[in-house]
Design a protein around this ligand. Structure first.
Ligand SMILES: [Fe+2]
Length: 237
């Protein structure tokens, strides 16, 4: 599995070449970079806190084991978003913005941040009964944009079934209101600038393999059965 804009192996090679693994301000821990304990959020500075999505436990088609593992992964993105934010600020303060370490961490920030935020949007559009009111404004817009609601859904499912790890996202272009089903690779590649994510589906393997193995279409079916269309509708303005 890769870890963002560069592979884990690529990062290790780079980090080793730069002396980061042995002596730099960074240590490598698990699948992510972890800052040493000396780099903590400064007093008075805002940091993100992981939200509690335990209300989702019990959803039909999602085991408790899968969900609890998924929540733990999400919490890691929150932790690392805070760590990377703080580390970048420290490096700026130390006059190190021209360093390769700063450049690579700055690139990594989008991966960690989007990993955090996309999971929040994903969990928050789950926990419903999957029913969509065909007369609701968003449903009407989807039908108009794609020919019918069924055509929109089949396209969205098709995006979600694409090979690779990432996200299927229904976007609204805030400039003009057009609607797009989009693939986002990993967490950070393919976002549409100026567009608002309305409906988010995680298609990383960790989102379904524990329950469905390689049967991604079955997971997508379970996802749709638990969609909270009310939450999606609220995002459309
Ligand atoms: Fe995920």
């Amino acid at each position: 599995m890769t870890t963002g804009v560069f592979s884990r192996r690529g990062f290790l090679v780079m980090a080793s070449a730069l002396g980061l693994v042995k002596a730099g301000p960074w240590v490598l821990k698990g699948p992510c970079i972890a800052a040493p304990q000396s780099i903590e959020p400064r007093e008075g500075k805002m940091s993100y806190e992981a939200k509690d999505y335990s209300r989702l436990i019990g959803m039909k088609g999602f085991s408790e084991n899968l969900l609890r593992n998924h929540f733990t992964l999400y919490q890691g993105y929150v932790t690392n978003t805070n760590k990377v934010t703080e580390a970048l600020a420290e490096m700026h303060k130390a006059g190190k913005t021209a360093s390769p370490e700063y450049a690579e961490l700055k690139r990594r920030f989008g991966w960690e941040f989007n990993g955090m935020r996309l999971h929040e949007l994903y969990f928050e559009n789950l926990g419903g009964n999957g029913q969509i009111d065909a007369s609701a404004p968003l449903a009407q817009r989807l039908a108009k944009a794609f020919g019918s609601l069924q055509d929109w859904e089949s396209d969205f499912r098709g995006v979600g079934a694409m090979r690779g790890i990432g996200w299927a996202i229904l976007y609204q272009d805030d400039l003009g209101g057009r609607l797009f089903n989009q693939w986002v690779n990993e967490h950070d590649v393919g976002h549409l600038a100026g567009c608002r994510p309305l409906l988010i589906m995680d298609v990383f393997e960790h989102a379904f393999m524990l329950d469905y193995g390689l049967k991604r279409a079955d997971y997508i079916q379970a996802f749709f059965q638990n969609l909270d269309w009310g939450a999606v509708e609220k995002r459309a303005k």
